[in-house]
Design a binder for this molecule. Structure first.
Ligand code: GLC
Length: 435
């Protein structure tokens, strides 16, 4: 099966090229020497607030524990944000528009840094990176580039996400793990109802960011794109139409729950760990969660495979999260220590072991404990999948582009418009907001 590597690596190369062109030099910003910053008085205990979406795993708790043990004069309070990335985005924007200092550190979805940088919501990190001699070449360059905008690094890469197919090893024999989307539909029908399952396949089909990721995977698997390497809008193509038709076919079939258009990651992962489906499309964290005996009924029963292929190969969306500092934080130095720890080797190792998250430090893929917790990290298919992952359009007004995709794909799933109409609308509307 031919992979869509060419398409994706061209886009990645573009992002890398952009990073290479930027000097990465920060001229030093006033904000970072804020005199309110009390962490320099080492005898004082500073409290910082760290915000991110709900963590279904124990990773955040373990990172905070390890960090506080290493930095006894910094206490981290965890602020749980909505797990729907769009809702989380809006909550940060509301807070930061009001110049609020109530959070110090926050996780940013890979699609936000350009927007947050341009709006002045987050601090450039170059001064800190330089001061502490952080070796940026040790990071996955695509992931690093997602936090680079206008020649500065605004967020440090914490983990990479890529769409994967998880299946029940106890229900689906190895040779029946589907290699194409058509095989997925057949296999989901065949195994639905077996081993106590009620559904055949789970995905994320609610009108939100996760739907954009699912859609991009179908579109790219059939050779389509939303924008090309130069951000030209090329969504209205026979390939995109074919990919989206397959998405609609699956999302409206009898293998998914009838309310699949209300499913985000938590709804789908919960149904999967409850043992309700032989197959799910999800991000790598699904594996650690499925093997957590406190939450899962399917411990040791899960296999991992690349997403099924369309006629141009298998394609996975590139996701992931970065960590940034609120530009209005009153504890910037302490905030940086936490960002540095969490996105450095120690923090990323904890994320990988407890959270099943794929590191942005490639070196950690060789770490024995990381591999023991996530055996599929050692598989060539996973590594290839990460390298071939398809990014979403890299533009500062990405939320508007995303909303257009979400609305039109949702309407097509609901049967309110045809897929042909959906791509024609997307072409017109995306062109208008990207001008
Ligand atoms: C995951 C990905 C993120 C994506 C989101 C969609 O959290 O890491 O990039 O936007 O899912 O729901």
């Amino acid at each position: 099966m031919k992979k869509v590597t060419k398409f994706s690596s061209a886009l990645l190369a573009l992002t890398l090229g952009l990073t290479a062109c930027s000097s990465g030099q920060d001229t030093g910003t006033k904000e970072t020497t804020d005199k309110n910053d009390d962490t320099k008085k080492s005898e004082e205990v500073v409290k910082i607030v760290y915000a991110r979406g709900k963590d279904a795993t124990k990773a955040t708790e373990e990172i905070v524990k390890a960090f506080e043990a290493k930095y006894p004069n910094i206490k981290v309070e965890f602020r749980e944000m909505p797990s729907d990335t769009g809702a989380q985005h809006d909550a940060y924007v509301t807070m930061l528009n009001a110049k609020s200092s109530e959070i110090d550190v926050m996780d940013l979805d890979v699609v936000w840094p350009a927007e947050f940088a341009q709006a002045g919501y987050v601090l450039p990190l170059d001064r800190f990176i330089e001061k502490d001699g952080i070796d940026l070449s040790a990071y996955n360059q695509g992931a690093l580039a997602a936090g680079n905008f206008d020649g500065k690094q605004w967020a440090m890469p914490k983990f990479i996400d890529t769409g994967l197919l998880f299946y029940r090893k106890d229900i689906v024999p190895e040779e029946k793990v589907p290699k194409t989307w058509d095989e997925l539909l057949t296999a989901a029908r065949e195994f639905k109802g077996q081993g106590g399952t009620q559904f055949g396949y789970l995905m994320q089909a609610k009108q939100y960011e996760g739907l954009v990721c699912n859609a991009i995977e179908f579109i790219a698997a059939y050779g389509g794109k939303i924008v090309d390497e130069n951000n030209n809008v090329v969504v209205n193509s026979p390939e995109t139409i074919k990919g989206l038709k397959k998405l609609v076919e699956i999302a409206t079939s009898d293998v998914v729950p009838s309310n699949i258009t209300t499913f985000t990651e938590p709804e789908s992962h919960t149904a999967f760990i409850e043992g309700q489906s032989p197959f799910i499309r999800n991000w790598p964290y699904q594996y650690a969660l499925a093997n957590d005996p406190e939450q899962s009924k399917i411990v040791d029963k899960v296999g991992v495979a690349p997403l099924p292929a369309g006629d141009k190969g298998s394609a996975a969306a590139l996701g992931g999260w970065m960590t940034a500092i609120n530009a209005y934080s009153k504890n910037k130095e302490a905030a940086w220590e936490f960002v540095k720890f969490m996105t450095g080797p120690e923090g990323q190792k904890i994320s990988a072991i407890y959270g099943g998250l794929a590191p942005t430090l490639p070196e950690l893929f060789k770490d024995e404990e990381v591999l023991k917790a996530n055996p599929f990290f050692a598989e060539q298919g996973f590594v290839d999948g990460l390298n071939a992952a398809v990014p979403r359009p890299v533009v500062p007004n990405y939320p508007e582009v995303s909303e257009i995709i979400q609305i039109n794909v949702s309407k097509a799933i609901a049967g309110q418009i045809t897929v042909e109409e959906a791509v024609a609308n997307m072409e017109k509307e995306i062109k208008a907001v990207m001008q």
